[in-house]
Design a protein around this ligand. Sequence first.
Ligand code: ADA
Length: 590
Amino acid sequence: MWTYRTYTTGAKDLKSYFRPRIPLNGFWRFRVDPNDIGENNGWHKGFESEHLVYVPSSWNEQNPDWDKYVGIAWYQTKFYIGVEHIGKIPWTVFKGCGYYAKIWVNGLFLGDHEGSFIEFRLNALKAVTFGKMNTLVVKIDNKLAMNRIPPGKSVNETAFDFYPYGGIHRDVYVELTNKNYIKDLRVSTDYRGLLKTELTVECCTTLAECELLIKLYDKFFEKEYYACRKNVVGGVIVVEDRLQNIKPWSPEDPQLYNLEVNLICGNEVVDSVFERIGFRSIEVRNNEILLNGKPVFLKGFGRHEDFPVTGKYLPGSVLVRDFYLMKKIGANSFRTSHYPYSEEHLDLADELGFLVILESPFCLSGVGNLIPKQEIDKWCLDPEVRSKAKKMVEEMIYQYKNRPSVIMYSVANEAPIGYENCRSLVRELSEFVKSLNPQTLVTFASHRLDIGDLSNVVDVISLNVYFGWYTEGGDLDKAIARLEKELEVVHQRYPGKPIIITEFGADAITGLHSDPPVMWSEEYQGEFIRRYIEVLIKKPFIKGVHVWNFADFRTPESPLRVILNRKGVVTRDRQPKASYWILQKLFAER
Ligand code: ADA
């Protein structure tokens, strides 16, 4: 039975054609508040501002004045709920904003949320006025701090190598439910037709009056495959069956079904939600990653949600292009480096058949540049840091638990596991994931090739390797020799574990060419990737290769970055570099 432990108590945001929604994307009033005077001046009740900003998008690149602004800013919009909805619960739904958000409706505080990449919804019944305009005010605090996940100190002093965009990065809307509603839906399947549905229902009337009607349809709600009625007897209802006539989900054939759940009270449908599901199994056995019982090899990328002007918001059209460019290159997989991506992103992964490593925002690549070495172990022991890291992992799993594309969770990127307290934190997070969701694989991306006894708490070993870039720069022969040697050592250390290379790559400035290949040229990047993959695909214990990165992306300013991290095989505006075609050939061979 799925038990929500500590943090995730709110209702999950479920897909529904039944629940009325009021979209709030568009132009919002906007005001920066560098001295945090807004609340004392009543801005939460509504504020004046000649500035506008578009939602969803980060604020930074929408106005050069806000480009490097990491601080507090205010958003305001209006919405109307007709009197025909009196008696319903209005929820304000935020799919991703941050870093820390506080929400008011008509001046009444509804709640807050920490973390930019996870949805949250707040009951607004006590605040809204039906039949009149309502004012929604959002205070976003995007300051960097060492007790935030991921941590940082200022716009160019971050523990992570991506731009600290601020704002309302993803969709916002108001959704209306009846007082009796479906709070959560968890689905477990396997490729042989197992269908286990766990439902949490919030009911205000006597439960006996209510029942659930669970139906399984094809992707287009045209063909019905299964139906089952179940009385609502207490908060959580479990229904388990095995279906004969289903097709498994896989990258080659991403078969999706719609699981619809109707809550019927007194013969009236009072709520109806659905989830797109796939029947698939994922496991590690005998050093293999098995999808539906067959070995699978992950070919793909570390990605980012990053685009010019929109910042941390990837418009649907850009997502579509990305997925077609990934399909065209022969990829079947990506890691949501270094934070959970949007629902649309995962919708396309489910629909087009990509194997996803879903990563929490616990990214610590540059933590050693922010605090003295002797402080790092103490930082990892900080109870606030530990509980926030755990909360973000739990929220991530809670939100994305029914996705067929999500085969693995990564609890951290480049945590300083050389320090005991940091290692125990990664151990705790990995065990926590397993306790929450034993079916899905767990890993963490390590820049250390020796992960010590953490190999006991992960299913797959994930390594980030840059021989030939940060070391052995310009000397690929030396780099590849070292890669060969080091990987054999890793395999001897963990003979029973599949290994995937979650990062390897080289920066290339588009249009910079050189013969012979030298660093920063397109040729060097192409050569780097070609020689790495030629070695990796010959190693029987290597079960996946993710090139860093799919596309160039914006980073904090640093002498190592030409405005962007340019390790993309496509540019930031999604045009191929020479390495794109080289990789296409290589992926075709595996
Ligand atoms: C690290 C890190 C990435 C990126 C990469 C690079 O491994 O995980 O976020 O910074 O290196 O390009 O150096």
